[in-house]
Every structure is written in structure tokens, then in C-alpha cells.
Write a protein that binds this ligand. Structure first.
Ligand code: SAM
Length: 243
């Protein structure tokens, strides 16, 4: 397979969704080698303990570095990228997805409770491994599993052969144009007394392209003005709508 992904979690069942849809098909077709591991397999006590109380006091429990270390030493190979989902990480964007899609081996370590002992990130970084602490947004989840699912889906659809029609990746929101996608419509042409814009039924491809570009610009300006501000000088031309 072109891509290898490992996920280590105390809730392997949570990742069952990876059997479905495009990622599931890619696994069946052998494009993606994806394995989910139970962190408790690397515990050594009868209770299969993965956490303990925080040094310094405070609420909640922290995941033990020794258990994580045994798991990751076994799962990580040379050249792997270790991803630690955490709300205190850099915010994951399409840029990260593009970058991670070129990696050959991704390992996700899903935290729970108050998170993973900070020495885990420090240790693997010190070994020279590419370690990424990534957040999927400014909110707090109970665990890293959903965050791993989000990142795996965003990366997975960029793996060659995974999305049926690669052209559908080209014009998307957060793509090369730096704009949100224009609104899309399908049949029927009239629904709930709302008509599909006439132009889209006209067959004038150049005019349709122009309309889509303008709608993408308007939508982006209205919803995400900071994305317009971030466009470089060459991104807009004299035919673009005045925003
Ligand atoms: N006490 C931690 C803090 O405030 O940074 C939050 C721990 S959270 C309850 C438990 C786990 O959920 C984290 O270790 C992380 O794996 C995951 N998690 C929670 N929110 C996340 C987010 N926005 N992005 C990525 N992972 C998240």
C-alpha cells in the first residue's frame, strides 16, 4: 500500500468508522494500510492501567508516559510522523492535510482524560522523529479519537486513487484559489419555489466559470473576510467582482 496509518487508543471501537466509505474502500483495495491498536495491550498490571494522578495536583488524570512509550516504540518505524491530537496544538488546516498526505507512515496517539504526559512528545522529538501536536479547532473533546478521524479523512481523500474523481479535489474550498467554494445545485431546477440560477442551465461554460468565481469571491468576503485579506496581489484580476 501507498500509505500506512496506525492509531493507538483506549477505544479501538471508536475508529470503526474507518471501515466505511472512501477510507474503508481504500483499505479494501489495498491503497491504505490502516491499523488500530488498543493502548491497554501495552499495560503490565492486572488492571491494565493507562493513567495516574497529575504531579503538582489538580483535577483529572494524566496518561502515563511509560505505557505510551512501550506502545509507540513498537508502532513507530523509522521515518514515521507522530501525530498527537491536542486542543493545545497548532490548528489543523488543509495545508497540514496536503503535507501529511505525502508522508509514508502516520501514527496517531489519541489522548484521553487530561491528556498524555508531556514527556512523550519531548522524547520522540528528541529522537529526531517528526512529531506534530495538532488541534482540530478551538474547542475541547473528550478524546483524540474524533480528531484522528477528522485528520485521517482529510488526508485520506488526497491519497491518489482514493477519491473516485480527482478533479473534484481541484476547485474545493481551502484549495489553491484560497477561496470558499461557490454554491452548487442539482435537479430539480425548481424546488420550494426556488430556481437554480438560469446561467447554470445555459451551457455557456465561460460565463458559468465567471459566475462561479464571483460567487466564490462574494461568499468568501462575506463569511471569511480574513481569507480575502490573505490573498496575494496576483490572486485577483480586473474581471473579478468588486468586493
Ligand atoms: N486538559 C487538556 C487541555 O485543556 O488541553 C484537554 C484534554 S482533552 C479532555 C482529552 C484529549 O482529547 C486530548 O488529550 C486530545 O487527545 C483530545 N482532544 C480534545 N480536544 C481536542 C481538539 N480540539 N483537537 C484535537 N484533540 C483534542
Amino acid at each position: 500500500p501507498d500509505v500506512r496509518i496506525d492509531v493507538v487508543t483506549i477505544f479501538p471501537e471508536y475508529l470503526a468508522a474507518l471501515d466505511l466509505s472512501l477510507v474503508g474502500k481504500a483499505r479494501q483495495r489495498g491503497l491504505l494500510d490502516l491499523r488500530v491498536h488498543d493502548l491497554r495491550d501495552w499495560t503490565t498490571d492486572r488492571h491494565r492501567t493507562v493513567d495516574d494522578t497529575p504531579f503538582g495536583g489538580g483535577a483529572g488524570m494524566v496518561m502515563r508516559p511509560d505505557v505510551w512509550g512501550r506502545a509507540l516504540d513498537e508502532v513507530l518505524g523509522a521515518g514515521a510522523t507522530l501525530i498527537l491530537p491536542t486542543p493545545s496544538g497548532e490548528v489543523f488546516t488543509q495545508r497540514h492535510a496536503d503535507e501529511l498526505a505525502t508522508a509514508e507512515h502516520l501514527v496517531f496517539a489519541c489522548g484521553r482524560y487530561e491528556g498524555i504526559d508531556a514527556r512523550v512528545a519531548e522524547h520522540y522529538r528528541a529522537t529526531g522523529l517528526d512529531v506534530r501536536e495538532l488541534s482540530i479547532g478551538d474547542y475541547v473533546l473528550n478524546g483524540g479519537e474524533v480528531a484522528a478521524l477528522v485528520m485521517i479523512e482529510a488526508v485520506g481523500r488526497l491519497v491518489p486513487g482514493m477519491v473516485g474523481n480527482p478533479e473534484s479535489l481541484v476547485e474545493e474550498s481551502h484549495g489553491a484559489a484560497g477561496l470558499l467554494e461557490y454554491p452548487v445545485y442539482t435537479k430539480p431546477p425548481r424546488w420550494q419555489e426556488i430556481d437554480v440560477p438560469d446561467l447554470l442551465l445555459s451551457g455557456h461554460h465561460a460565463r458559468i466559470d465567471r459566475w462561479r468565481r464571483d460567487e466564490a469571491l462574494r461568499r468568501t468576503a462575506g463569511r471569511r473576510p480574513e481569507m480575502i485579506a490573505a490573498l496575494d496581489g496576483t490572486a485577483l484580476d480586473k474581471h473579478d467582482v468588486a468586493l
